[in-house]
Design a protein around this ligand. Structure first.
Ligand SMILES: Nc1ncnc2c1ncn2[C@@H]1O[C@H](COP(=O)(O)OP(=O)(O)O)[C@@H](O)[C@H]1O
Ligand SMILES: [Mg+2]
Length: 366
């Protein structure tokens, strides 16, 4: 039987782009499946916006090939690509009301679209972003969230193949951002358009994306589903960027699927090797990543788990969960997160921090 093939909407093949001496995009390869929510995640300056601008045709690559809907777009100017972009700053036309803003692109079309047709598309687009009835408002009569939804409607009205979103929620306050994350994800499902999203906020990326490309210094370090990246990070950078992790450094004593590691304080413990990371050999510098929610605190050493003795240095109540900073002799400071109901330790208490061996992930410490 043939494998069902997934249509690819955007593809980079060895794409590179420099600005003077700065390598903004460094031989990048990826494929974005049609209808998916794809996110570039990374710190400021790692090349996220440059990738979007290359897709949009606002920049030309120095080398490599860009394909949209399986066609090379080397010769296709920005205005002919079936791509629209939404920016962090909504950039609405202040002299136009909402309907004028949303219908702007349609009014530029040649041959002309009838006024009736335009107002129907505008109304459909405003309904999508839940702003029906706001046609006559001016931008200064709208909240930040509403302005951003108008910007979305203005992009969606063109029915692009791909919608590019460059940190569109970054200017919104926290509560509104959370609401908009849910709305944006629902909207993407509803319209089925491929969304290419850029953020430096890992929580935002995890909650919305089908796939995430984690970037660093112009390169994609790892690409995968949110659960892949969370449970099988390729290296310390990804493990630290996607969620929080404790990192215990040491040296590999014995390698295999299970790795035995000697900490800097000469304590031996074991952790499974990452399935996706480079292999570990005896003598390598290693780091074991352990998520704070996978560590528990108790009063005595148990059999069958990895454990370190320590003392509670700090307790932070977060509602349903509580965070503990535990100072251990052998592995330094560990961050532990437990359900508040199970955690009655206070600052200064001696404790045993323990985790199931499979909760650790041994990685090369580069
Ligand atoms: N037009 C430009 N001219 C000069 N340098 C640029 C230009 N655009 C981006 N850069 C540089 O390229 C690198 C990547 O930038 P960018 O893609 O905007 O990163 P991000 O969106 O991840 O913050 C940065 O070092 C930035 O200063
Ligand atoms: Mg940017």
């Amino acid at each position: 039987m043939m494998q069902p093939t997934v249509a690819i909407d955007v593809e980079f093949r060895n794409v590179a782009k420099s600005f003077g001496a700065v390598v903004a995009v460094d031989n990048v390869n990826f494929q974005i499946p049609k209808g998916s929510f794809f996110t570039f995640l990374g710190p400021s300056g790692c090349g996220k916006t440059s990738c979007l601008r290359l897709i949009g045709g606002f920049e030309q690559p120095d080398s490599g090939e860009i394909l949209i809907a399986s066609e090379s777009v080397a010769q296709v100017p920005a205005y002919e690509r079936h791509v629209n972009m939404v920016f962090q700053h909504y950039a609405l036309f202040p002299h136009m009301h909402v309907a004028g803003n949303v219908g702007y692109g349609l009014r530029q079309r040649r041959p002309r679209m009838s006024a009736r047709e335009i107002s129907k598309h505008v109304a459909d687009s405003l309904a999508l972003v839940r702003l029906s009835g706001y046609d006559g408002r001016r931008s200064w009569e709208l909240s930040g969230g509403q302005q951003q939804r108008v910007a979305l409607a203005r992009a969606l009205v063109n029915k692009p193949t791909v919608l590019l979103l460059d940190e569109p929620l970054a200017a919104l306050d926290r509560k509104l951002r959370k609401d908009m994350q849910v709305e944006l994800k629902n909207l993407q499902r509803e319209v089925g358009i491929t969304f290419v999203f850029v953020t430096h906020d890992q929580e935002e990326a995890l909650s919305m994306s089908d796939r995430i490309a984690v970037m660093r210094d112009g390169k994609i370090v790892q690409e995968g589903s949110p659960t892949d990246l969370y449970s099988q990070p390729l290296d310390r950078y990804v493990a630290g960027f996607i969620g929080q992790s404790n990192f215990i450094v040491g040296t590999v004593v014995e390698a295999g699927d299970q790795v035995t590691i000697k900490t800097e304080r000469s304590v031996l413990f074991r952790a499974p090797k990452s399935k996706v990371a480079k292999s570990l050999l005896a003598g390598d510098n290693a780091v074991v990543a352990i998520r704070p929610e996978r560590i528990s605190l108790g009063n005595k050493h148990e059999a069958g788990v990895e454990s370190f003795a320590g003392r509670v240095a700090q307790v932070t109540f977060l509602g349903d969960q509580t965070e503990f900073h535990v100072e251990t002799e052998q592995a330094g400071r560990l961050l532990v997160r437990m359900s508040s109901g199970h955690a009655s330790f206070v600052s200064g208490d001696p404790v045993i921090a323990y985790w199931k061996r499979e909760a650790g992930l041994a990685l090369l410490n580069e």
